[in-house]
Design a protein around this ligand. Structure first.
Ligand code: TEU
Ligand code: CA
Length: 549
């Protein structure tokens, strides 16, 4: 369905299908194992399509399922056009796309083109000799400079055969591609067209703001030719195809964000910006150094992005992904009875905003961080490398574990908790990664049984987005910024208004507000304590109201 809308300037604007969609992110390795080898797989996703349809999502984003030695769980790709046999076959992937299409669900794939695996045939050739035709597909220097890898250590690795160093912003098994090489770029576009031809719904683009790097000037993100490359990519591949393209851009700030997603520039549909994620980072320090979270900062950041994208832009809305700790353990309360209330509050807060919401597997059942004290329970290469690095730097084990419990990427990668069965019903074999022991309380089967579960709050929010134009298109305005307990805002479109009011904490709090004429769209308590202009908000209480004149 295409709707004609008017933006502020009065010009006609078409509502794109991805502006009324909700995306569900699947980390295939940890979603559902269909053949008992302990590893989630594509047939396993197909088996769970009823569950996703029940939730009501429109799009699935699959983390990489391509051939890979799995040094970085599939973000080190050795063949872009082959499916990793651990996950199934090309036929399985085609079947998934087909079955999804039958249900009106699109599948978007992860495009990892900042780097390949060192096992990719391009790199195998490239390192043979400096005059090999593939040598220039990667970035080589006679001398390394002091650029560091995001996973720790130098970003340069020596290859004796060519007596040169190659650049890798991630592990040394993930050499960076040389985007200055037009032949390399054309090969990437060919591969993208291969997948477009297979009928995918679009791409999530891994660390795409790094492809314009200038290593000799220590420029990593937002290099001088970045947008030229993205425009070329669009022209050569998806430009006329009406696909969803979302760029992972850790380097996006309010000032440069629209360069990626202003439709007139013909680059991407939207980006993932990480400013709200970085609120637990100490500026200039390592990301594992801990910082207390501040809710007013969260209000400011989310509200800033709402207004940055108000005209000629579009936000992605997400709390979680496979690199991040669980939201209920981050901004909510993952202990006992408050887990459910705070997970619902955070869902209502985010899904009331303007943009395309992304739900990460397990978020809809309130999965929490992992909290293991055994470092071998964290297989992620980043955690393993940084753990060693920090031990060497003199941090105590307890100290490092505190950071891991808060920040490790594996917090988001434990297997999906389907039921109370062994291994949370994820596999009948030995799971590739430990299951979070709280699956007895936290699991999908339990949620599906109880109408007041987190799952149904998400289901309601997804449905509301479809039904409500003000939810999709209304202008956002933060209310009462200074209130230290409550996050509240409104959305306005013509004669409709939505208000979202969230008590961010466990303590009860009172809020002076006129709710005359309002109807409750959704809430996380069955009733409201509202008397003579005072709303009394209980622990983590959240309500979304609408006024329709
Ligand atoms: O992530 C980019 C990235 O920089 C993160 O790894 C980040 O450093 C980390 O989450 C700490 O905040 C993307 C993928 O999402 C990630 O899984 C890959 O490991 C990485 O790129 C390399 O491809
Ligand atoms: Ca399997």
């Amino acid at each position: 369905m295409q709707l004609q809308l008017r933006n502020k300037g009065g010009t006609e604007m078409e509502e794109k299908w991805w502006q009324s969609s909700v995306v569900y992110q699947i980390y295939p390795r940890s979603f559902y194992d269909s053949n008992q080898d302990g590893i989630g797989d594509i047939p396993g996703i197909i088996e769970k399509l009823d569950y996703l349809a029940e939730l009501g999502i429109d799009v699935i984003w699959l983390n990489p399922v391509f051939q890979s030695p799995n040094v970085d769980n599939g973000y080190d790709i050795s063949d872009y056009e082959a499916v990793n046999p651990e996950y199934g076959t090309m036929e399985d992937l085609r079947l998934l796309i087909k079955k999804c299409r039958a249900r009106g669900i699109k599948v978007i794939l992860d495009l990892v083109v900042n780097h390949t695996s060192d096992q990719h045939v391009w790199f195998q050739e490239a390192k043979k000799s400096a005059d090999n035709p593939y040598h220039d597909y990667y970035i080589w220097r006679k001398e390394p400079n002091d650029l560091m890898s995001n996973f720790g250590g130098s970003a340069w690795e020596y290859v004796p055969e060519v007596d040169q160093y190659y650049l890798h912003f991630y592990s040394r098994q993930q050499p960076d591609l040389n985007w200055e090489n037009p032949r390399m770029r054309q090969d990437i576009y060919k591969m993208m067209n291969f997948w477009i031809h297979e009928g995918i719904g679009g791409f999530r683009m891994d660390v795409i703001d790094l492809i314009g790097k200038v290593p000799d000037q220590n420029i990593k993100e937002n290099g001088p030719h970045l947008h030229e490359y993205l425009q070329e990519m669009a022209r050569e591949t998806y430009g006329e195809k009406d696909l969803l393209t979302v760029g992972e851009t850790w380097g996006a700030a309010a000032e440069n964000a629209k360069l990626f997603c202003d439709p007139r520039r013909k680059e991407l549909s939207m980006i993932f910006q990480f400013e709200q994620i970085n609120l637990d980072k100490v500026k200039g320090k390592h990301r594992w150094d801990l910082k207390e979270l501040d809710m007013i900062e969260l209000k400011d950041v989310l509200s800033k992005w709402q207004s940055v994208m108000e005209n000629n832009g579009w936000n992605s809305l997400f709390w979680n992904n496979h690199d991040l700790p669980r939201i209920v353990s981050r901004w909510g309360n993952d202990h006992g009875k408050y887990r459910v209330l705070s997970a619902k509050m955070l869902a209502i807060l985010l899904h009331g905003m303007k943009g395309t919401p992304y739900i990460y597997q397990g978020e809809e059942i309130g999965m929490t961080n992992f909290y293991s004290d055994d470092i071998s329970d964290y297989p992620d290469i980043e955690t393993q490398q940084v753990y060693k690095e920090r031990l060497d730097q003199g941090f105590s084990k307890e100290d490092i574990l505190r950071s891991i419990h808060k920040k490790a990427r594996d917090n988001g990668r434990t297997p999906m908790q389907w039921s109370q069965a062994e291994n949370a019903g994820f596999t009948k074999g030995v799971p590739w990664m430990k299951v979070n022991p709280n699956y007895q309380q936290v699991n999908a089967a339990d949620c599906l049984e109880h109408k007041d579960s987190i799952f149904y709050t998400y289901q309601t929010l997804i449905r509301l987005r479809k039904e409500s134009r003000v939810l999709r298109q209304g202008t956002y305005r933060l209310i009462d910024r200074e209130n230290p307990n409550i996050f509240s805002y409104e959305r306005i479109l013509e004669n409709q208004k939505i208000m979202v009011i969230c008590n961010f904490y466990q303590e009860e709090t009172k809020y002076e507000v006129s709710l005359e004429g309002a109807r409750v769209l959704t809430a996380n308590y069955p009733d409201m304590e509202y008397r003579s202009g005072i709303l009394c908000l209980r622990a983590y209480e959240a309500v979304m109201l609408i006024w329709e004149k």
